[in-house]
Design a binder for this molecule. Sequence first.
Ligand code: NAP
Length: 284
Amino acid sequence: MNTQKIGWIGLGNMGIPMAEQLIKADYAVTVYNRSKEKETALKAMGASVAETPKDLIAATDVVIVMVSDDSAIEQIFKGEDGLFTAETSGKIIINMSTVSPSISKEMAAFCKEKGSMYLDAPVSGSVKQAETAQLVIMAGGEETVFNQVKPVLEKMGKLAMRVGESGAGNSAKLAINSLLALYAQGLAETVMFANQQGIKTEDLLALINNAAIGNTFTKIKGDAIIANNYKAAFALKHIVKDLKLAKAEGISSPLAKTALETFEAASAEYGEEDIIAVIKQLKG
Ligand code: NAP
């Protein structure tokens, strides 16, 4: 058994398979999720369950948070029975959610005041990469803290890299997700144009995925379009959040503006479906 006791907060599409990797790697893991029914699968794998974030941090050394957005982070850290209502001295909190660089800077400062340590460490990759420990993890925070938890991060990813001080991981992630949005809209528009020209989606995707332009994204999302399967691996509403965060950080390029308009328009109807459901919006 690994000696660091891990607390895990947030058992959504990503949190469940990521926490599972740590249990498989023989860490003692305690989980907390707002909706308690999602804790069952992890409990069956041997995880302990905490009633609140406050109880969870008291029982563990390293707490990993994987929740939706800035407001969820506020709630988990500063809400009733939140992490900051406990004695946190000496604990390390790793926020792997895709959130704003500014909230990471704020939480890092709070942690410092309380004698604890904070890393932002968002991930690139989706459910499939989480299930196979192939995520790419980008961290912001002190190097000594990063080095203490790098072995834990490497149980979930193929690469864990520190890119700067607090908030830098979030900045890198927002840059990457801007490209993700462009890929998704670009793939959708390309399939639609080819279809208009009488080319079958299956044939087009076979060509793209054998060509230099093909990649893991075109393979997975191409398969989803062919299967007409838009169940969320990465919910479309989350890319709207990320594009808005990137805008707030100053991105103003023509493609980024267009992508935000497109995904915002798609979100009302398809927000809970996968990012590639943007094709349904574009088809009208
Ligand atoms: P998800 O399936 O929507 O799960 C969200 C999690 O956050 C759930 O555990 C939810 O709890 C919790 N949560 C939301 N609001 C909360 C609040 N106010 N208080 C407490 N808990 C709250 O999201 P996901 O796909 O796992 O993504 C998690 C994060 O990773 C997001 O920031 C996302 O942008 C990022 N990300 C996702 C992917 C992907 O492909 N899915 C890839 C890379 C990064 P409940 O169960 O109670 O709702």
